[in-house]
Design a protein around this ligand. Structure first.
Ligand SMILES: Cc1cc2nc3c(=O)[nH]c(=O)nc-3n(C[C@H](O)[C@H](O)[C@H](O)COP(=O)(O)OP(=O)(O)OC[C@H]3O[C@@H](n4cnc5c(N)ncnc54)[C@H](O)[C@@H]3O)c2cc1C
Length: 391
């Protein structure tokens, strides 16, 4: 494995570092202080789109956007880590086809790619899309979702409720995970495109969060929500046994190393801030403090390498389920350790609630929860290691 950074990537990281310092961090602090997500018409989003960001990897009919050339995943992880260093909430808030894009690229019909990714080829305005799996009574156990889909002529009718969905109220479309029969578990799951403004899609409520306040996490309901038959991801022919559930899991497998990279970014920011604080307070002469900072820097390096390895495997088309889970579990844990050590060094200053480390401490917690909790990652790894068949 070669994780060396060539001149092109170094330049790109420099550009992102400057953008992060000048635009991402201030936007994140603004949202944190106001205690609510950045508004859809916030100048940050306009400028983000103007710099050519937020576009789809799909490049038009017949394109092979779904097969990235080797190296793309590792490079994307390094960029993602750098941006999360400045503010992970702002990164998630940023426009783009987001979490569902890998599934649409891999499984969508050409017509669906054109309809749903086409507007993201060259953005005329900030646009969002999102993926809705979690329900009030189905989080870790994604097979237990109760949102139903019933065929009615040329349409599907969806009923149910989703919660904690990133960017849902501002999304042009939501990829909703639903079941044809809740008693049949994961075999009966399907993904549906539900467009903004579809009658029956509503009740949007932005949840209160302890951290990552720059982006909205939203609950909503689907009440007799009719979508055309053509909105079933991949079309009916696609669904052999368990394809629907596998489709949703693909989203998570692609996302876990990204969460790990983000967590490493948060951890690095906390370490840098803690070091600066300890230096200013003249504490670095104490070997106990130096030892703890060294141990943390070492763990952050480990988490980063683990994440890059998961990316390298993806880049080379090799299975990475264990590494993806390992990187996510480790990255989130180390981010919590880093912010916790930072808070400890701050002492009473941290308790005031206005230091960046205190914000990072609140931001880091969600990294263990999103896209499968740390405990669920450990369950996945253990099952793989002992070669237990899927239940
Ligand atoms: C900031 C944020 C953003 C999110 N964004 C999205 C989004 O965009 N789309 C989306 O669909 N969802 C999203 N979620 C939801 C997220 O995926 C769920 O919160 C997560 O899957 C955990 O589910 P839960 O909260 O219901 O916890 P639960 O499943 O109730 O788990 C509670 C605790 O029990 C443990 N546990 C549960 N089952 C087991 C088991 N079998 N073995 C051992 N331990 C277990 C868990 O590890 C956890 O510690 C988001 C959540 C947050 C916090």
């Amino acid at each position: 494995m070669d994780f060396s950074i060539d001149a092109k990537l170094r330049d790109r990281l420099e550009v992102e570092r400057a953008w992060g310092r000048e635009r991402v961090r201030p936007a994140g602090l603004e949202a944190d202080r106001q205690g609510s997500p950045l508004a859809q018409d916030h100048p940050y989003f306009q400028d983000f789109v103007a710099r050519g960001e937020g576009r789809t990897r799909w490049h038009g009919p017949g394109s092979k956007g779904e097969v990235p050339p080797p190296g793309v995943v590792v490079r994307a992880l390094l960029v993602s880590e750098e941006l999360a260093y400045w503010d992970r909430g702002v990164i998630v808030a940023s426009p783009g086809p987001g979490l569902p894009e890998p599934n649409v690229l891999a499984l969508g019909t050409e017509e669906q790619k054109e309809r749903f990714l086409g507007p993201f080829v060259a953005l005329d305005r900030p646009r969002w899309a999102c993926f809705a799996m979690t329900e009030p009574s189905a989080g870790s156990d994604a097979a237990a979702i109760c949102t139903t889909a019933r065929k009615d002529g040329d349409h599907w009718i969806l009923n149910g409720a989703k919660c904690f969905i990133g960017n849902a109220s501002r999304a042009d479309w939501i990829l909703v995970q639903a079941t044809l029969d809740p008693s049949k578990g994961r075999d009966a799951q399907r993904s549906f495109f539900v467009e903004k403004g579809t009658p029956g899609l509503g009740g949007f409520k932005i949840e209160k969060k302890m951290g990552l306040k720059a982006y909205e996490s939203t609950s909503f309901s689907l009440v007799d929500c009719r979508v055309p038959a053509s909105n079933l991801l991949g079309g009916e022919a696609r669904y052999e046994r368990r394809a629907g559930f596998k489709t949703a899991m693909r989203t998570f497998n692609a996302g876990r190393p990204v969460i790990a990279a983000n967590a490493v970014g948060i951890g690095r920011a906390a370490l840098d801030e803690a070091l600066a604080f300890a230096r200013n307070a003249d504490r670095l002469g104490d070997p106990r403090i130096r030892d703890r900072i060294e141990a943390l820097a070492r763990r952050l390096r480990m988490a980063r390498l683990c994440c890059l390895r998961a990316g390298w495997l993806a880049d080379h088309g090799k299975p990475n389920i264990v590494e993806a889970s390992m990187s996510k579990a480790l990255g989130a844990t180390v981010a919590e350790e880093a912010t916790s050590l930072g808070m400890e060094l701050l002492g009473a200053v941290g308790a005031r609630g206005d230091h960046l480390i205190e914000k990072l401490y609140r931001d880091a917690k969600a990294m263990d929860i999103v896209e499968g909790t740390g405990q669920i990652q450990r369950v996945i790894m253990a099952r793989q290691l002992v070669k237990l068949p899927r239940s």
